[in-house]
Design a protein around this ligand. Structure first.
Ligand code: NAP
Length: 297
């Protein structure tokens, strides 16, 4: 059980984690930290955190677990404020959607990484942000990827895995590089495409009619374009190399589809769609506890 959990960034993910651990009675006390005091007061009034501090140095005092749940672009500044203030034996983890950039940020700040540092990433979310959108079941039957570093202590890795299992999630260990390549394809590329498609349609002459007559397919495909632009800017830049690789592959596949349409090649189009449908159906069938909506990530 965690005695004192400090959550830096009490938004959708940080707030949901706090609620899940409270529901499981796996934490005695939750301290929040952020930039905006009104958001933290809201988090207290919702019962998500017990108390808060506007100072990271103060918030981590006495903690046995610190979770950094801020946008990727803010990780380094948060780590900097911890230097010299982390209690002995504390476990530090994060929830960032790309992992190499978080480790680089921690290395830039700490030099040699503390053995209590274990990066992780819950593959769960929604297109909403902020503590008001957080809920305790967000991670239930979802996956959390834990990416231990060579210097991470076994006990710290165990603590992070145990914490996430208490939320109802399944945990999986993976290397940082593999995580970033897989997530570039399954999450970062689809978000970039959704934002790009909506922006492209918005710029077309008939955009008013396009949006007026858009139906369920458009809504399903573009839901994630309602996600937070700052968060997704940070993710695309933080995982730039891996994202560029899948983006180039996808651009080439899209050019191929353009050729098929321009040449009226119905046979090849049908083959492509049939293979895609089979893959999509297999995926949907495998999803545990799928209730008609997918996690944002
Ligand atoms: P969110 O709802 O916007 O929450 C982010 C929190 O961080 C806010 O409470 C904000 O509080 C605080 N914050 C923002 N900028 C900050 C800064 N510069 N310095 C300190 N605190 C700052 O976002 P989220 O969806 O929970 O995402 C948080 C992290 O989870 C990101 O790293 C993201 O990559 C990762 N993640 C997101 C999802 C998803 O689908 N949303 C899924 C998995 C992982 P104040 O405004 O009060 O400062």
């Amino acid at each position: 059980m965690i005695q004192r959990l400090t959550i830096i960034g009490v938004g959708l993910i940080g707030g949901s984690l706090a609620q899940a651990l409270k529901s499981a009675a796996y934490v005695r006390e939750v301290v929040g930290c952020g930039r905006n005091e009104q958001h933290l007061q809201k988090a207290v009034s919702l019962g998500v955190i017990d108390s808060y501090s506007m100072s990271i140095a103060e918030a981590v005092q006495g903690a046995d677990m610190v979770v950094v749940a801020v946008p990727l672009g803010a990780m380094e500044a948060c780590f900097s404020e911890m230097v010299g203030h982390l209690p002995d034996g504390v476990v530090v983890t994060d929830v960032g959607s790309a992992k190499a950039s978080v480790v680089a940020a921690a290395e830039a700040v700490f030099g040699e990484l503390p053995s209590g540092f274990v990066p992780a990433h819950p593959i769960a979310g929604t297109e909403k942000s902020g503590v008001e959108s957080s809920f305790p079941d967000l991670f239930r039957q979802r996956r959390v990827i834990v990416t231990p570093l060579p210097g991470s202590s076994d006990s710290a890795v165990e603590s992070v895995i145990s914490m996430w299992r208490e939320t109802g999630a399944q945990t999986e260990e993976m290397s940082i590089q593999h995580h970033d390549e897989v997530l570039a394809a399954t999450s970062h590329l689809p978000h970039l495409l959704a934002f790009g498609l909506v922006d492209s349609l918005r710029n077309m002459d008939e955009s008013e009619d396009i949006f007026r007559f858009a139906a369920g397919g458009f809504r399903d495909f573009t839901r994630i374009a309602s996600s937070d632009p700052v968060m997704w800017r940070d993710i695309c830049l933080s995982n730039r190399e891996a994202l560029l690789k899948v983006l180039q592959q996808y651009s080439s596949d899209l050019s191929q589809l353009t050729v098929l349409v321009s040449e009226s090649d119905g046979v090849a189009l049908e083959e492509t769609f049939t293979s895609a449908k089979a893959a999509r159906d297999r995926y949907a069938n495998q999803l545990d506890g799928w209730k008609g909506s997918f996690p944002a990530e």
